[in-house]
Each structure stands twice: as C-alpha cells, then as structure tokens.
Design a protein around this ligand. Structure first.
Ligand code: RIB
Ligand code: CA
Length: 309
C-alpha cells in the first residue's frame, strides 16, 4: 500500500450491508487516503436487524471493530419495505461480534456531524436506499448546504436492475431518492452504467485472497459468493457495485462522468424509481449531477488491492 501524505479525506458510509456494501466498508476502513468517520445503516438488501448484524460482522472480521456504527431507519419513507436486492446474500456466515451498538440514531448522527465543523469536510457515500439522508434533510434542511458532496452508488442513465426502469437503491425508496436529488447537494452518481464496466471475476477474487490480510480474506469470501451468484444467474462476472463508489472517492479520475440533470419518477408505477437523466440544464428542482458512465476497471481493481492489502 502506498503511503499517503495528504490529509485523509473524511467520509461517512451509509450502507444496507449486503456483500458489496461489506467490500466498500473494508476498502474505506483500510484506505490510507480516507478517514471513515462513521457508518450509518439502513434497511434495503435485508431488514435492518440483518443489515446491522452484517455490518458489525464485516467490520469486526476485517479488523475494523473501532469504527462507530449508527442504526438508522428500518423502512422506506412512504412505501412498504422491498424484498431483498439483486444478488445479495442475507445474513453473513461470519461470527457475530459482541460490538456494543452506538446509541445515537443514524439520522441524529448525520444531522449533528454535518452541522459540526467537520461537516463541510466530510464526503457522504450512500450505497443504499436514501432513507436516512432524506429523513435528515427533512429534519434539518440546512444539511443541503452543509454536505459538500455525495458520492453515491445508485440510479442508472439507462436500464435498471430491480425493474427494467429502476436501480435497486432508488427503487427501494424512490421518495427518499427524489428528496436527495432535489436537495441541491452536489452529487456524483455512480450508477449501473459505471458499475457494469468494473466487473470482478474468480481470478480477481483469488488475487485479493492472496493478499493474506484479514480484510482480504473476508472480502474474498464475500466476493466469491457474489461472483458465484452472478455466474449462476446471469452467466457473467459480478458487479461489486458499492466498492466502485468508495474507489471513486479515493481516485475520482477512475470515473468518466457527464454533467446531467437528474430527477426521480415517483408517480408512474411502471417506471417507479427511474432516475431520469437529461443533458440539458433543466429549470426547477432537478440537480446538476455528475453521472458516471464508465469506470477504469484496471485502476478500480488496483485501488481495491491497495486498500485490502
Ligand atoms: O443496485 C445495486 C445496489 O443494490 C447496491 O447498493 C447493492 O448493495 C444493493 O443494495
Ligand atoms: Ca448497498
């Protein structure tokens, strides 16, 4: 791992830990360029008790027991909870650590942190349904000018994965996503076009496992599960969706982005949760978003190796 001279970039990860969230956590917690200030947890890939337990298991197994975890909201803002996400395991087959959960609620932590002096210096990395952040914005609208940037895994300029129109994180809570996209917070949207250009295969998993660290072993076991699932169900290598967002914070240059206006469909049941991405400047609430359309896969994998080594 290369030494890092510049001050570490503070980040908060908002997760619904499934396998790819866990890889994102392990990378963020060990990256020399990042300071993982805290982890907020929401329901999504699985009910909140499971995403919480998986988050604890991944952090403890990966040598990150010192990272604070904040339990968040256990259901979408408006609609009933979703079934589990695409290709996500449920409870991790890892030892349940006896980590005492932090008593502060995730929404309170987000409000307090971004109103604090560290707020404008902390990038928020949501890789899950956006319920926690949307609720924090509703409770404390000043967050819209305190959060310097979101680097989020979610959305798609084209086809979805939860439905033909919608990507899972947005589809799981479309009203929350609309609040976030309309907030005016600068957003880097690492959507499905980007994650589909950074697929991971069994040979990559073997190279991660060969790093030999505890975090590399946990990551390899979880990615092996993912690659197996993608090969069985889709006949190809796996997206490790959330890891792309963390890599993009470490090295923004791995993304090819286009500035677009993005809004979220919340009325039509057929296209519910679609992120409508348009080139032209649109008046009104849609924000100006840097939509990632491609990831430099070689650099993405090298960054993953550097973090987990
Ligand atoms: O569509 C991919 C997203 O859905 C990822 O965040 C993955 O963890 C699942 O939640
Ligand atoms: Ca996720």
């Amino acid at each position: 791992m290369t030494g890092h001279r510049a001050p570490r970039q503070k980040i908060i990860l908002d997760v619904d830990t499934g396998t790819d969230d866990a890889i994102a956590l392990l990378m963020a917690g060990h990256a020399s360029a990042l300071e993982l200030v805290g982890v907020t947890v929401v329901q999504g890939n699985a009910p909140l008790p499971v995403t919480l337990s998986n988050t604890r298991k991944a952090l403890a197994g990966g040598g990150l027991s010192h990272i604070s975890i904040y339990a968040g909201i256990d259901r979408p803002l408006v609609r009933p909870p979703m079934p589990t996400g695409p290709g996500q395991s449920l409870a991790f087959d890892l030892p349940e650590p006896d980590l005492t959960p932090t008593s502060t609620h995730a929404v309170d932590f987000l409000v307090q942190h971004f109103l604090s002096p560290d707020g404008p210096h902390t990038v928020l990395v949501p890789v899950a349904p956006l319920t926690n952040l949307a609720t924090a914005l509703l409770r404390e609208p000043r967050l819209a000018v305190r959060v310097p940037r979101l680097v989020m895994m979610g959305g798609a300029a084209g086809a979805g994965n939860a439905t033909p129109s919608a990507e899972f994180n947005v589809y799981a809570d479309p009203e929350a996503a609309q609040i976030v996209f309309r907030s005016g917070i600068p957003i880097t949207m690492v959507g499905l076009e980007a994650t589909a250009s950074a697929l991971i295969g069994f040979d990559d998993v073997a190279r991660i496992r060969a790093l030999g660290t505890p975090q590399a072993r946990v990551a390899a076991d979880l990615m092996d599960w993912d690659v197996r699932w993608f090969h069985q169900h889709l006949g190809r290598d796996a997206e490790i969706y959330d890891a792309c967002a963390v890599a993009a914070v470490i090295e923004p240059g791995i993304l090819t982005t286009r500035r677009m206006s993005v809004d979220v469909e919340i009325e039509d049941e057929i296209t519910l949760g679609r992120t409508i991405c348009t080139e032209e400047e649109r008046p009104g609430p849609a924000s100006r978003v840097d939509v990632a359309l491609q990831v430099d896969r070689a650099r993405f994998f090298e960054i993953m190796r550097e973090c987990l080594g």
